[in-house]
Design a protein. Structure first.
Length: 269
């Protein structure tokens, strides 16, 4: 894992250089788990004195915790992560609608957002017996494998698809789209209908229906509109045959959009 900062001889003391190095250390500990100073130095390829100085400060601010000779993620990150998930104004607004969708369908309900080529799962309610969907809140899945990813891509323009995905998609199965052009066909269909589907592409015999919600019309710092997806997952045969599920998803989305129109935070509605 190479550092994103410049050579040590440059003495890059800018805030950008500092944040880049902290990000590299956090990535190492997040991916690998508890690490010693020496292991972090090897993984980040930064000088030992620089890593040690940063680790002392990160422990001070509770971004990391030191146990013996190992460093692991600290309590402050858990606090921030919990607040970002459960304390966010939109999560508080949408959660009752997700619970109602779960009660109405008795299926697994997801809330997700797009990050590059992946979707990140913001909320998960229920399960899909007897099958198993390996999604965890905070984890990510390749967007083209999921209904949520396809419908979120439909909110973006075609240029975003071209910039983000290579000509051949890295993860594919016999059921999934294998090229960017195949994905574009499904994204355009989702854009036209307002729904996207997963026909056992991510998990065998489990299907999914997803619809998008544009949370804020104003562009974010990424240059894109903030959007999320609401989806239901269940046995593939039911997803394909039960048309009521599509109406249930639309009902959920409509309810959320109604509440958004009354929410003072969403000032651009």
């Amino acid at each position: 894992m190479a550092t994103t900062g410049g050579p040590e001889t440059i003495r890059d003391t800018s805030l950008t250089g500092l944040m880049d190095r902290i990000e590299v250390i956090l990535d190492a500990v997040t991916i690998e788990g508890p690490l010693t100073l020496t292991e972090i130095v090897v993984l980040t390829e930064m000088p030992k004195t620089t890593v040690h100085r940063l680790l002392v400060q990160m422990v001070r601010y509770r971004w990391l915790t030191r146990i013996g000779n190992n460093y692991e993620l600290g309590v402050r990150l858990f606090e921030l992560g919990t607040e970002a998930r459960q304390g966010h104004w939109f999560h508080r607004l949408v959660r009752p609608h997700l619970e109602e969708l779960r009660a109405r369908t008795r299926l697994l309900v997801h809330l997700a957002f797009l990050d590059g080529e992946s979707v990140i799962w913001w909320e998960r309610l229920g399960d899909v017996p007897p099958g198993h969907v390996p999604t965890v809140v905070g984890s990510r899945t390749a967007a083209h494998l999921t209904a949520s990813g396809k419908v979120l891509l439909s909110v973006e323009d075609d240029a975003f698809l071209d910039r983000t995905f290579g000509e051949h998609l890295q993860v594919s199965t016999a059921r999934t789209c294998r090229t960017r052009n195949e994905l574009a066909v499904q994204v355009r269909a989702a854009r036209n209908s307002g729904l996207a589907f997963d026909h056992g592409e991510n998990v065998h015999d489990v299907g999914c229906i997803a619809a998008p919600i544009v949370v804020r019309q104003q562009l974010s710092s990424t240059g894109r509109r903030i959007a999320v997806s609401v989806s239901v997952c269940g046995p593939l045969d039911r997803i394909q045959k039960d048309r009521q599920l599509q109406r249930d998803v639309f009902t959920c989305v409509t309810g959320v959009q109604r509440d958004l129109s009354r929410n003072p935070v969403a000032t651009d509605y």
